[in-house]
Design a protein around this ligand. Structure first.
Ligand SMILES: NC(=O)c1ccc[n+]([C@@H]2O[C@H](COP(=O)([O-])OP(=O)(O)OC[C@H]3O[C@@H](n4cnc5c(N)ncnc54)[C@H](OP(=O)(O)O)[C@@H]3O)[C@@H](O)[C@H]2O)c1
Length: 250
């Protein structure tokens, strides 16, 4: 088991990558606090994990709230006895729109969900991680805004690029205290976020060297790597798990 006894917060656990990560991390021995807004989905996931001998406590809420970041940490302290890692994974792509037509509301919502959430999460989590001797922080970023610009995704790209910058600074600021901080950059992944439009999926597949989209479990395995001691000398990275879309020209 790669995470035996590790106490870990996962956000965005109600679906997709976060859900797959919760199942995998629990199987690898982690004790979890799982978060997202959809409490029913989280409860079903916790039941599934507990049925196979794992541990998962539900703490539902909205990652755009600084109070929710504090609640997640308080839950880790009270239910798990501390915090060794976090997979800050919740995100939204927002509306696809020409940049000159983008509403203030979309910009604010996408930045709040993908980037301000990371600020609130890390600010709340870091003192507890340091108290436990360091640990591992992982943010789910994206290839969009790092290796590829996709039309219509200006707010999302800005937010995810911001996450990559934040990752570098946190890694530099807290490395001496044993805290590793990394961004995980998935390629196109078959989750709710990717929708079910066959034409869009075909386009996304076409921009990857592997000519397919990822299953959420494949991205979860990359998160497991970054959260585990297998990545003991890995910090400050924007780690691609992108099916080769960064090196492929259709
Ligand atoms: N799918 C892709 O192709 C792809 C590619 C690169 C990066 N990513 C990134 O991967 C991460 C996970 O996305 P996914 O692909 O697994 O999509 P997903 O299935 O739509 O999952 C998104 C998760 O984020 C949660 N979430 C969204 N807004 C939230 C909020 N305000 N407060 C709390 N939780 C919130 C959702 O839960 P609730 O709705 O229950 O709140 C859900 O659990 C995201 O950061 C995304 O940007 C995805």
């Amino acid at each position: 088991m790669k995470l035996a006894g590790k106490r870990i917060i996962i956000t965005g656990a109600s679906s997709g990558i976060g859900r797959a990560a919760a199942i995998l991390l629990a199987r690898e021995g982690a004790k979890l606090v799982i978060g997202a807004r959809r409490e029913t989905a989280l409860t079903a996931l916790a039941d599934e994990i507990e049925a196979t001998g794992g541990k998962a406590h539900v703490c539902a809420g909205d990652v755009t709230s600084p109070d929710y970041a504090e609640e997640l940490v308080a839950c880790a302290e009270s239910r798990l006895g501390g915090l060794d890692g976090a997979f800050n994974n919740a995100g939204t792509v927002g509306e696809f729109t020409a940049f000159h037509d983008m509403s203030d509301a979309n910009w604010d919502h996408v930045l709040a969900t993908n980037l301000s959430s990371a600020f609130y999460a890390a600010r709340a989590q870091i003192p507890h991680l340091l108290k436990a001797g360091g640990g591992s922080l992982v943010f789910t970023s994206s290839f969009v805004g790092h290796t590829i610009g996709l039309a219509g995704m200006g707010a999302y790209a800005a937010a995810k690029a911001g996450l990559n910058g934040l990752t570098q600074v946190l890694a530099a600021e807290y490395g001496a205290q044993g805290l590793r901080v990394n961004a995980l950059l998935p390629g196109g992944t078959l989750t709710e976020m990717a929708g079910d439009d066959a034409g869009y999926h075909e386009y996304v597949r076409s921009i990857h060297a592997l000519k397919r989209m990822a299953q959420p479990e494949e991205i979860a395995r990359a998160a497991l790597f970054l959260l585990s001691d297998d990545a003991s000398f890995v910090t400050g990275t924007a780690m691609l798990a992108d099916g080769g879309n960064s090196i492929f020209k259709p």
